[in-house]
Write a protein that binds this ligand. Sequence first.
Ligand code: NAD
Ligand code: UGA
Length: 464
Amino acid sequence: MKIKNICCIGAGYVGGPTMAVIAQKCPEINVTVVDINEKRIAAWNDNDVDNIPIYEPGLSKIVAEARGRNLFFSTDVDAAIDKADMIFISVNTPTKTYGIGKGMAADLKFIELCARQIARVSTSDKIVIEKSTLPVRTAETLKNILDNTGNGVNYQILSNPEFLAEGTAVDDLMNPDRVLIGGDIETEKGKEAVQALVDVYAHWVPNERILTTNVWSSELSKLTANAFLAQRVSSINAMSELCEKTGADVNEVAKAVGMDSRIGSKFLKSSVGFGGSCFQKDILNLVYIAKSFGLHEVADYWEQVILMNDHQKRRFAANIVKTLFNTVSGKKIAILGWAFKKDTNDTRESAAIYVADYLLNEQAEIVVYDPKVKSEQIYTDLDYLNSRAEKENRTHVTIVGNPYEAAKDSHAIALLTEWDEFNELDWKKIYDDMLKPAFLFDGRRLLERKTKEKIGFEFYAIGN
Ligand code: NAD
Ligand code: UGA
């Protein structure tokens, strides 16, 4: 089966970069990325590629090369579905905020809407691919909806979870550790569909890195991978607190532990807590699934990863209050970095939001600088927590365009995202412009203690 037209529903952090790379690597395939968010699609189509809605190193160059050739962004979802042989569903699957499973289960309403739209519009056979992260056995639901339309169209459903990390999305897509494809390998049509998707990736991914499994293993492997990664961060963060009490240094511990080839060195960087749109939501989803099968010990085991992460964010903020003589009321505190990690403008579940919220509850005056996050996003993030009136957030939080302005006349700085540029700042100038004693809290282990203490800072770093 030769694929000529691909449609991807959802032009977000996954749909946009993934399809841009497929289009670049497969010039003979037309790739159309569709979304109901008109503003987002307009930004993807902006004449100036630097204005595309997602900041990822290297992405704008790829979009510039493929857009208009075989990569298209559109709001005409029906037309793109109808034309496609292969449809990726890459819409958001957030944690449910209502009803059964509230605060835990994945909300699949956007997925279901896509399935119903595909069923309504399609007039020819389709391969439908789960690109979004989904609870195990969602393919069954999709199949049920698609097969019950009675319009004679044959649907093959594949699971092809995405493993890219933000900030390194282009590299991850170009050179993936593995591509996972789950399908109905027991049937001829199922095998053909799997092969069609293998052929797309085989344009640039070596065969031995393309893994095929049954659908349920593929769906569950994605949740498992995220749970294991997040668990490592919570494990090292748990040790960071013990390090602070005992004189051990969490970086030294992580290095010593990570050099054991059975453990490995990645994902052992202690921090103010993991953020991002997926770790928390995917683990909560896993916990919910385990509970719904009555597996309470399994559920409790994984839930602890989230509880540890919440504790890490809270104790970082509490330590600022305690260190500033038990009150930050009316004190100016500069936050450097709002994104959940460097090299992305994504702020979903960023630790910075929770640290700022904690400090605002203690009546601090917050000033934020982030090189890529827009002011309106910062206010939206705080408003979403509903901790105080939106007007209060605008009164007590100021957003500025450079780190020096943020730090000027502040009592303390909290460094919350590991942007490279924070290492190159003129820290002497920052110190001179601050109130004394000048406190510096490094939530990322980015800065060198010795040089900062030499300047005169009261320096605090996670796990040290
Ligand atoms: P996102 O919110 O950035 O993008 C999703 C897009 O889907 C939005 O623009 C939304 O408007 C659109 N959408 C929703 N319903 C639609 C519909 N019915 N028709 C058309 N468009 C619709 O989300 P994301 O970060 O790209 O994540 C998408 C999925 O991929 C999630 O399941 C997530 O867990 C998974 N994932 C994300 C990452 C990541 O790094 N962000 C990595 C791997 C997997
Ligand atoms: C993560 C996974 O790494 C991807 O494989 C997965 O596809 C994706 O989730 C997803 O499903 O959404 P992402 O959240 O984009 O990717 O970024 P990570 O690099 O995993 O970082 C997540 C959070 O953990 C960040 O806040 C980061 O600062 C933190 N982190 C990461 C640490 O605190 N320490 C570490 O050692 C690593």
